[in-house]
Design a protein. Structure first.
Ligand code: NZQ
Ligand code: ZN
Length: 387
């Protein structure tokens, strides 16, 4: 294990009815906030009403910014920054999934910054401060509720870029699993694939001596395999929703990668798919992940996929390593299929025309440090395998 510093100062109130703590939490730090949400799901499932009740009861004023897009746009971030400045707001409340939370993080940082908020994703600047960020999570997927990352898109330039800074960690997150019961099946499935992908990105690290983190990763994967199908079959199954929600946070809150180098290769490739074709993040990951696994499977890596097969899928450890590895990868694909997720790029309307360009754009310096280093040609091959 390498040295590390671990600090997650986000306060999490987890469980049914925890929104009752929201108003008092906000009132400790803010008096006038920006309330940010997406296309309206929060107005149909009670989240909006619950939040408004809390704000009123605690004398907190608010301005609203609705309409945050899945794959949130920099244009919406700019609108939010403007609203914060015009109204002298002192906090940002995100009600929604990862897109709304990411947009809120960029707004909260942008409001404290003299330049344009695109400077953060483009790498020109790193947020040093941000307004306090409060979140009420409505979708188990990205882990944005407990990490410091935001992913913002500029569709004019086909760029979808991530940035992160301690200032962007939510101050308080309300995680009420009942809020996720209204999710469409397709989003429950995509969210489960995203949680699993975060776990894979951390699990398949070049380093071998991380038994504790790897065991937790395996537990998260097993929980997704157990509860993803249950949440689909019975959308209001509290135990399933609660487990998925807590997995969402722990798959990416820094615990799984402490003490080991990780490079998010499948995510880097998926972000190009979303940047060019605006597809759902978790869907892109479900298409790419088993193909990435097949591509990086070799004599040096097969024992890692074999261990994944034995520890996560319960395969018979006495089988030959390569057979175990191949079975585990097949089972990953079959599992995503069983959730109703697409298995090919063709199914989501992506053809070969931009694959090479996307491969070139995806390949940042990080690909030298990945589980198996990948060249532009390798990434292009993985994309072609995914058609
Ligand atoms: O917009 P509304 O009306 O709220 O509907 C949303 C949206 O259409 C709907 N939804 C969310 N909660 C619901 C609900 N519908 C009914 N009931 C509910 N309870 O679901 C749709 C998708 O929502 P979105 O927020 O886009 O999904 P997700 O949480 O998957 O976020 C995806 C974004 O996060 C980024 C992705 O790239 C993508 O832009 N990521 C953020 C990360 C982070 N901050 O750490 C890491 C991830 O790897 C990821 O890249
Ligand atoms: Zn993700």
């Amino acid at each position: 294990m390498k040295n590390f510093t671990y600090s997650i100062p986000t306060t999490v109130h987890f469980g049914q009815g925890q929104i009752k703590k929201l108003g008092a939490e906000i009132a400790k730090r803010s008096t006038r906030i920006l309330m940010v949400y997406g296309g309206g799901s929060i107005k149909r499932n009670g989240v909006y009403d619950g939040a408004v009740e809390q704000l009123k009861a605690n004398g907190i004023e608010w301005v609203e910014l609705g309409g945050v897009e899945p794959n949130p746009r920099i244009t919406t971030v700019r609108k939010g920054v403007e609203l914060c400045r015009e109204n002298k707001l002192d906090g940002v409340l995100a009600l929604g999934g990862g897109s709304t939370i990411d947009c809120s993080k960029a707004i909260a940082a942008g409001a404290c910054y003299d330049g344009d908020a695109w400077d953060f994703p483009s790498g020109k600047a790193t947020p040093e401060t941000a307004l306090p960020i409060y979140t009420v999570l409505t979708m188990a997927a990205t882990g944005s509720e407990m990490d410091n990352i935001a992913v913002i898109s500029d569709m004019d330039t086909n760029e979808k870029l991530a940035f992160g800074a301690p200032a962007c960690l939510p101050t308080v997150s309300i995680l009420d699993p009942t809020y996720t019961c209204s999710l469409p099946a397709s989003q429950t499935a995509a969210g489960t694939a995203d949680i699993m992908s975060h776990t894979f990105e951390n699990y398949f690290s070049p380093i071998e001596d991380s038994f504790l983190a790897d065991s937790l990763a395996e537990a998260i994967l097993k929980a997704c395999i157990k509860y993803g199908p249950r949440a689909l079959a019975t959308p209001d199954d509290y135990e399933a929703r609660a487990n998925l929600m807590w997995c969402s946070s722990w798959a990416i809150n820094g615990f799984l990668d402490m003490g080991k180098p990780v490079a998010w290769s499948v995510h880097a490739i998926e972000h190009e798919l979303s940047a060019f074709y605006d597809i759902t993040h978790g869907v892109g990951l479900a298409i790419l992940t088993p193909n990435w696994m097949r591509y990086v499977l070799n004599e040096k890596t097969e024992h890692r996929f074999a261990a994944y097969g034995v520890n996560v899928w319960g395969l018979d450890a006495s089988l030959p390593q390569r057979e175990l590895a191949e079975k585990a990868i097949d089972m990953t694909r079959e599992f995503f299929n069983s959730l109703g997720l697409p298995a090919t790029l063709t199914e989501v309307g992506i053809d070969e025309s931009k694959l090479e360009l996307m491969a070139q754009k995806a390949r940042g310096a990080g690909f030298d440090r990945t589980f198996v280093p990948l060249s532009v040609e390798d990434i292009h091959n993985i994309l072609k395998m995914s058609l």
